[in-house]
Design a binder for this molecule. Structure first.
Ligand SMILES: Cc1cc2nc3c(=O)[nH]c(=O)nc-3n(C[C@H](O)[C@H](O)[C@H](O)COP(=O)(O)OP(=O)(O)OC[C@H]3O[C@@H](n4cnc5c(N)ncnc54)[C@H](O)[C@@H]3O)c2cc1C
Length: 406
């Protein structure tokens, strides 16, 4: 990417701010959080995120009228680069800032935007994503969680699963069936539901990494206001798809910069050990480096040049303050990064050699590389599995016939 003098000025200002502020009580947070490590220093990372927000470093790409800063695409890229380079801890408000916020900017009502966007920007309310259910993962249209109107409120009954961050979230965007007897993608609505109520139970699921970043969530007559439906009642499928396309596309921008940091650290590790002399490992490391270049070039090029985002308006592009990415391209991006990152985890284990097989301490104290290896197994599953991305590419980009459905 080419950056203008104004962009470089922005970079300098941000870099200076990060250097001056990642000190004192925040100094110890360097490198904390991230995939498989979301449990680390949560309260302290919340404080750091609010500090960022107070200085205007959250929701950069959102339009200013919604609490954002109308930053250009180049500035958003710079933000992610500098943030990763500084070693600042993983941000806690990803679901709100990157997924729900842009969805509301595009498809929410003025009242919903007024109510929900400022607390996302200030990092005072956290969100989680209530899509998957025990019988509806890849086949999201099989959602069975039901919501019925009772006076001025929706009453929600059902179960979600694999809900990341539900244990800390204040709100959940829930895909629920609001038309009794409806089938598949018809009759679904996208509801905004407060998490802190007695009729919601959150049960953590322990993962390979030994930590519990995602959860089962039970709705036993949970309630939310009648007006807290994004889009029309019954039009939830379209809204849910818009959020998914953002998740697979533009929201990966920051993540890819984090990949660079991981790869650099792995190369450093390899240089210091026997891996540096192993021709096969050297070859794999070079391939990983090239893979990351290809992935970033593809993502930047498609985002910069695409018009309105995938799934219709609102998933990036003009008016949203975000670059766009059409549906099939978002799926290519997801495929590229998921396979690359899972491969990086495997490569890290090879570089570590036999050490990779031993835990740091009992009963299950894993090192950072081990955790990366284990957590990255999930990369080809969440946000839509690799198989599902290939189906999307087959039908939307290549025009192949739909898969037969038994
Ligand atoms: C770490 C992590 C975090 C997650 N966070 C969230 C979250 O916050 N909120 C949320 O709602 N969900 C979340 N999920 C759930 C995730 O979206 C689902 O796991 C995913 O959509 C796959 O669904 P499933 O697990 O039910 O697998 P299944 O749909 O049962 O799939 C099983 C296997 O069959 C393959 N398959 C299924 N259908 C097809 C098909 N038509 N063609 C070819 N192959 C197929 C799949 O690719 C997969 O290999 C998370 C998952 C993980 C791993």
């Amino acid at each position: 990417m080419r950056f203008s003098p104004q962009d470089e000025e922005f970079r300098g200002r941000l870099r200076q701010w990060l250097t001056e502020n990642l000190t004192g009580r925040f100094a110890g947070l360097r490198g904390a959080g991230g995939p498989g490590r979301e449990h680390e220093a949560h309260a302290e990372r919340m404080a750091w995120n609010r500090h960022l927000a107070a200085a205007g470093w959250t929701c950069l790409g959102w339009p200013a009228e919604y609490g954002g800063h109308g930053a250009t695409f180049a500035q958003q890229v710079i933000f992610h680069e500098e943030y990763a380079r500084s070693g600042a801890p993983a941000r806690v408000g990803y679901m709100g800032e990157e997924l729900l916020g842009p969805t509301l900017i595009a498809l929410g009502t003025p009242e919903q935007r007024r109510r929900f966007l400022p607390p996302i920007a200030a990092v005072t309310e956290l969100w989680c994503q209530g899509y998957s259910e025990p019988g509806a993962g890849s086949d999201l249209a099989a959602v069975a969680t039901a919501a019925v109107l009772d006076g001025d409120e929706w009453v929600i009954t059902g179960q979600k699963v694999w809900t990341s961050q539900a244990q800390v979230a204040d709100w959940c965007f829930v895909l629920a069936r609001t038309k009794a007897g409806s089938r598949r993608s018809q009759g679904l609505s996208y509801l905004l539901v407060p998490m802190r109520q007695a009729a919601i139970t959150v049960r953590p699921i322990r993962q390979l990494t030994g930590t519990a970043e995602f959860n089962e969530v039970f709705f036993d007559g949970a309630r939310t206001e009648r007006g807290l439906v994004v889009g029309e009642v019954g039009d939830g499928w379209r809204v849910a798809q818009a959020t998914l396309a953002i998740e697979r596309g533009v929201a990966t921008l920051g993540q890819q910069v984090g990949f660079r940091r991981e790869l650099d650290a792995l190369i450093d590790l390899a240089r210091r050990g026997p891996a540096a002399a192993d021709p096969v490992l050297r070859d794999k490391i070079v391939r990983a480096w090239i893979g990351l270049e290809v992935m970033q070039a593809y993502a930047l090029d498609t985002m910069e040049n695409a018009g309105p985002g995938p799934g219709g308006p609102g998933t990036g592009g003009p008016g949203t303050g975000r670059p766009g990415m059409p549906g099939a391209e978002a799926s290519v991006t997801k495929l590229l990064w998921s396979r690359w990152h899972r491969g990086l985890g495997e490569l890290a284990m090879e570089v570590e050699g036999t050490r990779s097989m031993v835990a740091r301490g009992a009963p299950y104290d894993l090192g950072d590389w081990q955790r990366l290896f284990l957590f990255s197994r999930a990369d080809t599953i969440y946000g839509g599995s690799d198989e599902i991305q290939r189906n999307i590419i087959a039908t939307r980009a290549l025009g192949l016939p739909r898969q037969p459905r038994p």
